[in-house]
Design a protein around this ligand. Structure first.
Ligand code: ADP
Ligand code: MG
Length: 249
């Protein structure tokens, strides 16, 4: 069953047709990769799914409900969480403090300002944040300033912060962009762990084919705003159109 159904989605920026006519189904509990050359419209598509952009045409259904016309925070509350191209963490807070923020947001519906002296009393929030840090193998770094972490750990923290909201669909836009190989491998392992241990669907935009082939159950190739082909990793690897349009052969 598809948890996300994208039908005939089009998006134009002035004279540029960034998305032509996108049809895409993402199966529940799968990992679905979206690949394609720079400027293919991958990020634009993702932005249409999370309410950052409103498509000109078409529909986007999440678990049978339309996301169109809803605000990003409402879509987030429906169960879609998104990891951005650059990690969105609070550099001048430590790891534990960062982790507490989505826990507050989940419990209270929105993040409120909490008086510093009262935060120590928030036992349920502290317990939830610690549990996530243990699970995501960040507990040893709980006192570390987020800004001083490695790129891989920043990404790990950001993904952990998304998961603390218990999303049903996790969207990632080039999570390993600009990473060294060790950090990339670290991120692959983390996403594999999430896939195995959680009841979650993952949609990932990714340039690095090693990452794509390590994780994806299905792959959609987007070229010039339109899906060119969708198939299993094995089929995609050998597909002549893909080799030509994407791998440059
Ligand atoms: P990708 O993520 O696949 O590299 P994008 O979705 O970022 O591609 O961009 C698709 C096309 O739309 C590109 O030509 C890009 O320059 C253009 N584009 C993206 N966002 C905007 C915007 N906000 N305004 C104008 N053009 C944009
Ligand atoms: Mg992009």
């Amino acid at each position: 069953m598809a948890i996300l159904e994208v039908k005939n989605v089009g998006k134009r920026f002035g004279g540029l047709q960034a998305l032509g006519d996108v049809n895409l189904n993402i199966a529940e509990n799968s990992c679905h990769a979206i690949i394609g050359p720079n400027g293919a419209g991958k990020s634009t598509l993702l932005n249409c799914l999370v309410g950052k952009l409103i498509p000109d045409t078409g529909s986007v259904m999440f678990d049978g409900q339309s996301v169109l016309g809803r605000k990003p925070y409402e879509i987030n509350q429906m169960g879609i969480s998104r990891v951005f191209q650059t990690p969105e963490i609070f550099g001048d807070l430590n790891v534990m403090e960062n982790m507490m923020i989505p826990c507050f947001a989940k419990r209270d519906g929105a993040f409120r300002m909490h008086a510093l002296e009262s935060i120590g009393q928030e036992r349920d929030i502290i317990a939830k944040a610690e549990e996530m840090l243990v699970d995501m193998k960040l507990i040893d770094k709980r006192e570390m300033m987020a800004s001083s972490m490695s790129r891989g750990d920043k990404r790990r923290l950001e993904i952990a912060m998304c998961l603390a909201q218990d999303p049903r669909l996790l969207l990632l836009d080039e999570p390993t962009a600009g990473m060294a190989r060790a950090d990339t491998n670290n991120t692959i392992d983390l996403l594999k762990q999430i896939k195995e241990e959680r009841d979650i669907t993952i949609a990932i935009i990714e340039h690095d084919m090693h990452v794509v082939f390590s994780l994806a159950d299905r792959i959609t190739v987007l070229a010039q705003g339109t899906p060119l082909v969708e198939d299993t990793p094995d089929k995609i690897k050998g597909h002549p159109k893909v080799r030509e349009a994407y791998l440059g052969e």
